[in-house]
Design a protein around this ligand. Structure first.
Ligand code: C5P
Length: 318
């Protein structure tokens, strides 16, 4: 529902920056296709420290800029999820004030780590603060769910099970810190293409997907803070589809295991591979080995759980 203009003061002139983290799906179970075309999911999301920063500032016209090492393929027009997020907040809040959006990008693009979704969640939070719209948590979560299946988790962060198409979140108890090393691929994978390949593989095998639900052993490993138990429970139903589209990912996983990872798994719809390491030292060793061996040119060590989208001081004032 669109609000009246009641809440809006085109007040703050100062830019507002929000940070949102990437995710890895620790246990992704994909069920049947629903009438709306989405697949019924059970996803145990873990937010990790790798993040994007989104800065919004009042402007005479709408615009979007992106900076970062790997920004190829990021749209800079109204199709960008961060732009759409800002428009959604403006509509709900009854705001008529264009913003210039700037994204400082660290999360691999089209990598299965929810980079675009993180930008959308950060944009919702930043615009809500900039325009002083006063949306509460549940209103922001509703906007996020409309924008994409992973966007609500990027707002919430931490560890959570996502049901439905991934947007219905329940927090999960977790202890300690888990060390992950991510190896991004040179070429991205489109999420709809990976889901279509998942359907094709099932059809070819004449099999039906099971009703999705989280693995209790994985939830127990999180509660115990046990990286070894977590490693043996990591699971991704989309992995076979991602491997079918980019078979070389199998070699990346093998290399990581050889270099001491406890386990390696395709992150979400891929093609980024997420390796779980026993501790900080083995994670650093693994990151160096993956880079030095030429296995991946974009290797990042990061830890989870990480908090959801939050406001930070704009760059230059930190
Ligand atoms: O929700 P989002 O826009 O991120 O989804 C992108 C695409 O991924 C959808 O258009 C759909 O093809 C696929 N998808 C799906 N089932 C889900 C989530 C995503 O089929 N639960």
């Amino acid at each position: 529902m669109i609000r009246s203009l009641r809440t809006v003061r085109p007040a703050a002139k100062a830019p507002v920056t929000a940070r949102a983290c990437a995710k890895v799906n620790l246990d992704l179970r994909v069920g049947a296709v629903r009438p709306d075309g989405y697949h019924e999911l059970s996803s145990v999301f873990l937010g990790v420290g790798l993040h994007d920063d989104v800065t919004v500032r009042p402007s005479a016209q709408w615009s979007l800029t992106v900076e970062g090492k790997h920004t190829e393929g990021v749209p800079t027009d109204e199709t960008n999820l961060a732009w759409r997020a800002a428009v959604a907040v403006a509509e709900l809040g009854g705001v008529d004030q264009p913003v210039a959006i700037h994204i400082d990008k660290n999360i691999p693009v089209a990598g299965g780590m929810a980079g675009g979704s993180a930008d959308a969640a950060a944009s919702v939070l930043a615009c809500n603060a900039l325009w002083e719209v006063g949306l509460d948590r549940s209103e922001m979560l509703t906007i996020c769910a409309d924008l994409g299946s992973d966007v609500p988790f990027c707002l919430s962060g931490g560890v959570a099970v996502g049901r439905g198409r991934g947007e219905q979140l329940v927090p999960v108890l977790s202890r300690g810190t888990f060390h992950f090393v991510f190896a991004a691929s040179e070429t991205g994978l489109s999420t709809p293409t990976v889901y279509a390949e998942y359907d094709r593989l099932h059809e070819a095998a004449g099999s039906q997907p099971d009703d999705p639900g989280p693995n209790p052993e994985l939830l127990a490993a999180l509660r115990a803070g046990d990286a070894y138990a977590l490693a043996s429970a990591l699971h991704n139903d989309l992995e076979a589809a991602a491997l079918s589209l980019q078979p070389q990912l199998g070699e990346v996983i093998e290399a990581g295991i050889e270099f001491g990872a406890l386990a390696g798994i395709v992150s979400g719809s891929g093609p980024t591979v997420a390796f779980l390491a026993a501790d900080q030292e083995s994670a650093l060793h693994l990151a160096i080995a993956l880079t030095a061996s030429g296995t991946s040119r974009q290797v990042r060590h990061t830890v989870g759980p990480a908090q959801g989208a939050h406001l930070v001081a704009p760059a230059g004032r930190r």
